[in-house]
Structures are given as structure tokens and as C-alpha cells.
Design a protein around this ligand. Structure first.
Ligand SMILES: Nc1ncnc2c1ncn2[C@@H]1O[C@H](COP(=O)(O)OP(=O)(O)OP(=O)(O)O)[C@@H](O)[C@H]1O
Length: 251
């Protein structure tokens, strides 16, 4: 596939109507090349989560188009959207969204089960090994640390080798060391399997793991850069934040 796995063209997303409406995304055009890790950054309310959600087909756009793994999401009904997401995307959120009654192995296998696909025990073992959880496969989420739970969520997200992994603040609840391990893991997926990761983060250190940085201000793309160090990222955010006019209502 030559087309980048995530393409947004002129995307706008408005919440609400009239004077209280918010233009969460305002004519956003960007794309994530295959085998890249993109960090989406910007001040609070700048539209980062909305961008992630529309790119993943979890939320609809009011204008423009979104293409995920070569499929134009415009006009797809809910069933088709679910199918596209299931085939091409997976998700890692700050809240790990693990099933408390299931073991680590069962949690990781869940997407296959839901997709009605056969569960290859070796494949599951390999992924558990890769994220360093092989010895904990029989435990339940409550018996794991936060970092271990996030690694289960990542193992679950990458098991089926989806084209795109969408991650919303994946390290937000983790200490520095555990966050680094989780980010290494995501970067490893990109390098070894050519997967594409789109990650929202507030953390300039987390963003140093990205190949590409996308800065949003007031729902618009304010800057797009390549890899950068944490100090450069932090100063870019500070500079861009000062440009934000967002008051929570439509400008
Ligand atoms: N469901 C909704 N209904 C109304 N307004 C919304 C909704 N979701 C988001 N918004 C508004 O859209 C704008 C963008 O929100 P979004 O959550 O995408 O920003 P963000 O950059 O992810 O913020 P944060 O960093 O604080 O999580 C904000 O002004 C927000 O208040």
C-alpha cells in the first residue's frame, strides 16, 4: 500500500451548535507515513483527542475526509466502521481497559476472540514474551502494577499486527521508568513490524520517542516537525500555547 495508513484531508469537527459551539478540529490536513510514530501535542483543548478519535473512525467529521489503511471512512455505517477498525486499528488508552475477570493471556487474546479468529497460542506467547509478561500470563489485572497493565494493553493492541495503533496518553499514569519501557515497546513495534503509531501525549519526554511531531493549537495544525529533544519540544509547546485563543467557545 503506497498511501499512508492515516490520512486526514481538510478535516473539521464541531461540537455543539450556536454560540456555545466548539470547533475542535479546524481544517486539519495531515498524514502518518507507514512505519512511523507520530506524537500529537498541544495545549489542553487544542483538539488532540478529537484528532485521534476521528483518525480512528471513533468519531465522525463535519467536513473533510479520513482515510484509514486505504479505506475512506466517509459515509461508512457503524457496522462497516467497526469492521475497518477491527481489521486495521487497535487502541491503547490511559485507562488500560482490561477485563478484570480475565487473565493476562485471555485479555491479550480478546481481540481475536471478538473477531471470531482462531487463537494461536504460540502467537500470544510470543507477544507476551516481547512485552516481558510471559511469566505473568496467568495473573489477573488486579495482581499487576500499572506499568504491567499497560504492557498487557499494548500486547493486546499489537497481537493482530494492525496497520495502526492509536494511543491516547499511554504513559499518563506511569512512572518515568515504566513509561520509558512502554514507549520503547511502541517504538519497537514500529521498527520491527512497520506498524504506524499515532500517540497523543502531554509529555515532551514521551514525545522524544516519536519520529514526527504534530502540534495543534485551537484545532489547527500549528507545526509539524521531525524528531526533537525534550527541551526543544517543551519550548515549542510553550511558544505555541501562548498563541492559543481558545476560550472553550467558537472563535
Ligand atoms: N463531546 C464533546 N462535546 C463538546 N465539546 C467537546 C467534546 N469533546 C471535546 N470537546 C471540545 O473540543 C475541544 C477539543 O477537545 P479535545 O479533547 O480534543 O482536546 P485535547 O487537546 O485532547 O485536550 P486535553 O489535552 O485537555 O485532553 C475542547 O475545547 C473541548 O472542550
Amino acid at each position: 500500500m503506497n498511501q499512508p495508513p492515516v490520512v486526514l484531508s481538510g478535516v473539521s469537527r464541531r461540537y455543539g451548535d450556536g454560540p456555545t459551539a466548539t470547533l475542535a478540529l479546524d481544517d486539519v490536513t495531515t498524514s502518518c507515513p507507514a512505519g512511523s510514530l507520530t506524537a500529537v501535542m498541544g495545549p489542553s483543548g487544542s483538539g488532540k483527542s478529537t484528532l485521534l478519535h476521528v483518525a480512528a473512525g471513533l468519531d465522525r467529521v463535519d467536513a473533510g475526509s479520513v482515510t484509514l489503511a486505504g479505506v475512506d471512512l466517509s459515509g461508512l455505517d457503524e457496522t462497516s466502521l467497526t469492521r475497518v477498525r477491527r481489521e486495521h486499528a487497535s487502541f491503547v488508552f490511559q485507562a488500560y481497559n482490561l477485563m478484570p475477570a480475565l487473565t493476562v493471556r485471555q485479555n491479550v487474546s480478546l481481540p481475536l476472540l471478538l473477531a471470531g479468529r482462531e487463537i494461536d497460542r504460540n502467537q500470544v506467547s510470543e507477544v507476551l514474551d516481547r512485552v516481558g509478561l510471559a511469566a505473568l500470563a496467568g495473573r489477573r489485572p488486579a495482581e499487576l502494577s500499572g506499568g504491567q497493565q499497560q504492557r498487557v494493553a499494548i500486547a493486546r493492541a499489537v497481537l493482530t499486527r494492525p496497520a495502526v495503533v492509536f494511543a491516547d496518553e499511554p504513559t499518563g499514569a506511569l512512572d518515568t521508568q515504566t513509561a520509558a519501557a512502554v514507549l520503547e515497546l511502541l517504538r519497537d513495534q514500529v521498527r520491527t513490524l512497520g506498524q504506524t503509531v499515532l500517540m497523543v501525549t502531554h509529555d515532551p519526554v514521551a514525545a522524544t520517542y516519536a519520529d514526527r511531531l504534530l502540534y495543534l493549537v485551537d484545532g489547527r495544525v500549528a507545526a509539524e516537525t521531525g524528531r526533537a529533544d525534550a527541551a526543544t519540544i517543551a519550548s515549542t509547546i510553550a511558544r505555541l500555547s501562548s498563541l492559543s485563543a481558545r476560550t472553550g467557545s467558537l472563535r
